[in-house]
Write a protein of this length. Sequence first.
Length: 278
Amino acid sequence: MQKILEIKNLSYKYEEASDSYAVNDVSFEILRGEWVSIIGRNGSGKSTTARLIDGLMAAASGEIWIDGELLTQENVWQLRQKIGMVFQNPDNQFVGATVEDDVAFGMENQGVSREDMLARVETALSRVDMTKFKTKEPARLSGGQKQRVAIAGIVALRPDIIILDEATSMLDPKGRLAIIEVVREIKEAFGLTVISITHDLDEASLSDKIIVMNNGRVEQIAEPSTLFLNRNLVEIGLDIPFSANLANDLQKKGLEIPEKYYTESELADFLCQSILIK
């Protein structure tokens, strides 16, 4: 697959005189169509990295290549149109008086024709199952509904990459899973690349690839099936997903479980099959 994003030796510090880097010599690449999670405890540099990719901040050094083009001060606005970002608190993104006005706002700034704009608003709201709320005030929606509207606003802009910056952290587990499923459906429908900035390892376990950050550096890059067998994650302030912990506890109690990572549904299926065989 083709690379859509390549980060080379990226560094950034919030205070120029400081010796401490928030992002320190970070390099990685993401392929078109991948779902990649960047995980790490608070202060690890994951959200700063996301903001650098989106051009919201300028790096101290290093390179960001987006769809084959080097991000510069001259083309930052052009390349930002390839990226849509959904933040932790959707209230910070709302500007329209109604849901449909809010979804249309970004397209107005891009000069999209009214006919095309209306069609995109309908399509985007339909994708996130919010069409019946299009005349409602965003402030009157639930947390999960607000995030759906924020995602619709991004989808309507037709980006190549969606960045979820802790976008589900204010939701309960059920709401979190619902939003992830919405994004997954949109990703498949439009062939998008998704970058999820998260501290929720159960959420990250659904990714194609995970980038672990610690103290501004990339600690490890691996698929979930490999990464979550690594008990060292606890040492850098991360929890092990519930299913991996449960499998480990069952192994200690004598149950024969293959040394691999299982999602919760996969582990449940394995245990059911084990019971049936016995």
